[in-house]
Write a protein that binds this ligand. Structure first.
Ligand SMILES: Cc1cc2nc3c(=O)[nH]c(=O)nc-3n(C[C@H](O)[C@H](O)[C@H](O)COP(=O)(O)O)c2cc1C
Length: 271
């Protein structure tokens, strides 16, 4: 339940105006939360000038008072950070510290979700990467055969040939060339009911990964493999109705970039 401490409430009504689901009313001189339509977004907690609102459903120690110095980001730096981020496919043979893994997940946890559903979850794979790789490559190999039998798309056929080669390489030497997980020490599989929620969380996680001096590649190949192999979900303990949205392959980069890259100009229409 969300509640108002009436001893602190000054009756400013800011929480009432900002409540998207109209779940707060004024009773006499203070705000009162009905807890009927509340979807627990926490806007009332964040906006209250005197900190009168709290909830017993979440950990209130998550809440941090705004402080300009430690909260604001200069827009030029933010844009440079986004432009300089690269997909990393070469990693050091070095484990990732647990506090860094938790920080990455924290960036996902605080990402917005539709209707504040907070339906995103995270599967951290470190010890069982080889087994996961095997399942995924077996799946890609099977899919590749079907594609080569049935598809004329040059792109699909190119991928199919690559997947067959990846599987062959794995069978020859599971620890050699790895074009699926690039011999990275950490995989985080992001699971959600909604593709958008999971993708937004992944995007913020990627920013955190970069700010921690780590790097990542989104393994679309793995996501594709998991769509076609229920054993992968079972191996990861994911309920059949849940979606694997992204697979983030993470490690310390063993390379350095010196500059940003060019891109297509933005396709914008002003109306
Ligand atoms: C959804 C998604 C899936 C991707 N899948 C793969 C993949 O399976 N293997 C890979 O090497 N790179 C993968 N990438 C990385 C893209 O190839 C890369 O983002 C793109 O070439 C641009 O390079 P940059 O990220 O360094 O800017 C994926 C990227 C995204 C966003």
């Amino acid at each position: 339940m969300f509640s108002v401490d009436i001893k602190k409430c000054i009756g400013c009504a800011l929480c009432i105006k900002d409540c998207f689901v109209n779940d707060i009313e004024m009773i006499d001189t203070h705000a009162s939360i009905k807890n009927l339509n509340c979807f627990k977004c926490g806007h009332c907690i964040a906006i209250c000038p005197v900190g009168a609102i709290s909830t017993d459903e979440y950990n209130m120690s998550d809440v941090i008072e705004y402080e300009k110095k430690s909260f604001d980001i200069n827009p030029e730096n933010l844009l440079n950070f986004i432009k300089f981020r690269r997909t990393i496919r070469q990693f050091e043979n070095k484990d990732i510290e647990k506090d860094k893994i938790l920080k990455i997940i924290e960036a996902g946890r605080f990402t917005q979700t539709a209707s504040n559903s907070q339906d995103t979850s995270y599967i951290v794979v470190q010890k069982n990467i080889q087994e996961l790789k095997k399942l995924a490559l077996e799946s890609l190999n099977r899919m590749a055969t079907q594609i080569l039998d049935n598809s004329t798309s040059p792109l699909f056929r190119r991928y199919a040939k690559l997947w067959i080669q990846m599987y062959k390489n794995y069978i020859e030497d599971p620890n050699k060339e790895d074009r699926l997980f690039f011999n990275a020490p950490l995989i985080i599989v992001v699971v959600s009911d909604s593709q958008v929620n999971g993708a937004l969380a992944s995007s913020n996680m990627e920013l955190m990964i970069n700010s921690l001096g780590l790097g990542t590649v989104f393994s679309g190949f793995f996501t594709k493999a998991s769509e076609n192999n229920p054993d992968i979900k079972e191996f990861l303990g994911i309920a059949p109705e849940k979606q694997i949205v992204t697979c983030m392959v993470i490690g310390y980069p063993s390379i350095k970039y010196s500059r940003t890259v060019p891109r297509k100009s933005a396709d914008i229409s002003w109306r």
